[in-house]
Design a protein around this ligand. Sequence first.
Ligand SMILES: Cc1ncc(COP(=O)(O)O)c(C=O)c1O
Length: 410
Amino acid sequence: MKTAAAGVAERVRGDFPIFRQTVHGKPLVYFDNAATSQKPQAVIDAICGFYTRDCANIHRGVHLLSQRATEGYEESRRKVQRFLGAAEAYQIVFVRGATEGINLVAQSFVRPRLWPGDEVLITAMEHHSNIVPWQMIAEEKGARLRVAPIDDRGDLILEEFERLLGPRTRFVSVTHVSNALGTVNPVNEIVRMAHARNVPVLVDGAQAAPHAAVDVRQLDCDFYVFSGHKVYGPTGIGVLYGKAARLESMPPYQGGGDMISSVTFEKTTYNTLPYKFEAGTPHIAGVSGLGAALDYVQGIGLENIAAHEGELLCYATGAVSTIPGLRIIGTARRKTGVLSFVLEGVHPHDVGTILDQEGIAVRTGHHCAQPVMARFGVPATTRASFAMYNTVEEVDALVRGLHKVREIFG
Ligand SMILES: Cc1ncc(COP(=O)(O)O)c(C=O)c1O
């Protein structure tokens, strides 16, 4: 089957040098994209280019290299601004990843506003990084974490979410897309419901940014976070977007160089946005790589990527249903290309090990979403997650591999 989405994989495949290798003597089939995606040559070149041409610290030097490094860094910030549809570049804060973005908001925005008995509302499909930071501050402040339930398909029960938005709700933090189930949440609705009660909202976009166009002004969320490494960029770099008034109202998250405007032993005044939140030397090469990744993704077009991955998901969902004893976990009405499943009588770890022998990389385990596993009554799943370079032939290889697993385990 050839996908109608304009041969996206065919077009991009050659841009990813990692696919020029075999694994256990088989062509590499990489289906662990929700954990991290592979990098196109353009991203590798940008990182390499920074270290070979422009390597210097930023914002500090008058010399040419420092000026070039600073200009490259700020140009990437403007690229992220456009990628998210943010009004101003200073609303983009570079952090290590989605995890650090959430922790920054938890510590600097929510923690000072939280009193005993207050509540933070999340959903039952959150990644641990959108659970634990809230638990930490709730425990410290005597506040309560409330959890909106999901149904058997993995859809958020919106009426329950709305019911849980109470007079003590101080903050809502929800994932845009579930990493374990692929569910796409109705974030517009969620934001509208929360704002109707004056409750600010953070959207965790770690699994959304690589797969669909995001417009933070249209979403009207107060904060949005994502990680560079899932959107074909480098590890160790990510983004926090915030509404200007929210960011202005927050104290710095960390102290150090670059986040100050003046320092004496008596008093320090802080730098303006976004530098107030970027203490110390940042991941300059990573920012450069992220800028290149966003250029690359936009060159392909997120609508093309989404259409291609949607077709792969549809094809794969049908194809795996031929395997006896296979149950898909996560059948939400709106999904990205995440296929989580269990195979009766076989531990996911064994599924992953046998597939690896076939050159197929999948993720097995709880996917940093143990409460999701508990909700579906399974300790772990096997997860195949798709990216723009994956093909129908690779899905066929997965299905053959799963039949093999079935044969081995009877
Ligand atoms: C939904 C979701 N949120 C947050 C994260 C954390 O991202 P990172 O580890 O890059 O900070 C992940 C990573 O898998 C995720 O899937």
